[in-house]
Write a protein that binds this ligand. Sequence first.
Ligand code: ASP
Ligand code: MG
Length: 417
Amino acid sequence: MARIVMKFGGTSMAGTERIRRVAGIVRRQQEAGHEVAVVVSAMSGETDRLVNFCREANALYDPAEYDVVVASGEQVTSGLLALTLQSIGAKARSWLGWQLPIRTDDAHAKARIEAIDTDEILASMARGEIAVIPGFQGLTADNRITTLGRGGSDTSAVAVAAALKADRCDIYTDVDGVYTTDPRIVAKARKLKNVTYEEMLELASVGSKVLQTRSVSLAMKEKVRVQVLSSFIDENAPAADTLPGTMIVSDEELEGLDMERQLITGIAADKNDAKVILTAVPDRPGAVSSIFGPLAAANINVDMIIQNVGRADTDTDVTFTVPAADLDRTVAVLEENRETIRYEKLSTDPKVAKISVVGVGMRSHAGVAAMMFKALADRGINIQAISTSEIKVSVLIDSDETELAVRLLHTAYGLDG
Ligand code: ASP
Ligand code: MG
């Protein structure tokens, strides 16, 4: 017998018919002899609808009341799933965030889970009940409802799995696993059997939106085994234990599983960044600090940075990227600080894409970046900025060339299926 936390996303919960399918999948796990807790999202589109109501009610809405409104989507689906499970003869009940409770800090609309009281869930599971828990919601120390930020039910599921010391956290979603790249771009993309937490973190942060990034860091920290699977399996599919999803594992576990590791695990494209160029910034100590200090103070996350070689030792161009959503604020901050930064010209370009190759294999291999640059150069794709980490190389290119770049890199690194 294992203890399993199962999580179902919004598409899997969209409507009573789909919830019936979910109930069947959950029931089957329990019948296989496992202890089961289920974490659910709101029906797809529901949270957006609720967010809009808040905006309409009050453009400068109070985040604490926003949380009261948007947390309700998950309350509906957890009750409906419990009802549906009961209708097929399973014992089930819902446990709302405030009933357990799931304690969070008081950062409304983006709260972090601090502790989960598991007494009630454990007792419920011991009685043979399936515990259904709404994702995304929690409770502050002074008993106000919170939500965890968009996509937060993945984090709820991992946190519940950690608190229950579950053997596994199965995340059922509308894709059947993590792929070498977006299968809509590259038909030859392959589903990965295993991926490490760190790779998943890098892939999640560069645009592969399978799991909320925070859920992956939490899983890594708490050593929760996470499996990504499709909820659109047919009624007679084998139990999840033998289903071919993607397992997210530690480096050590991976070594035991997969000796013939590929150099690169996955390729991701992210079109959510914008490029900013400041020309003729004085080439002196403190110059870049005068640019990035005010941006940091405004809570704007700068990603790739290039400082060009100084011209005649007097000035230099600085290029960097920020989230496209923050571009207007970035421009405002830079214009406000023009006197102190003393740049000549400010220009921006939202038409860029960040292409990243990710893999723990590159730790022990030289030449990964060189291969990327050559593959792009051979097809005339210009690289506008570069950044690297221990297991990732990213380049910034014209966004029109995204698909071409991803496809040719997928082939160059031998990932085509
Ligand atoms: N319903 C919330 C959202 O749409 C949380 C989630 O589904 O993960 O962001
Ligand atoms: Mg999601």
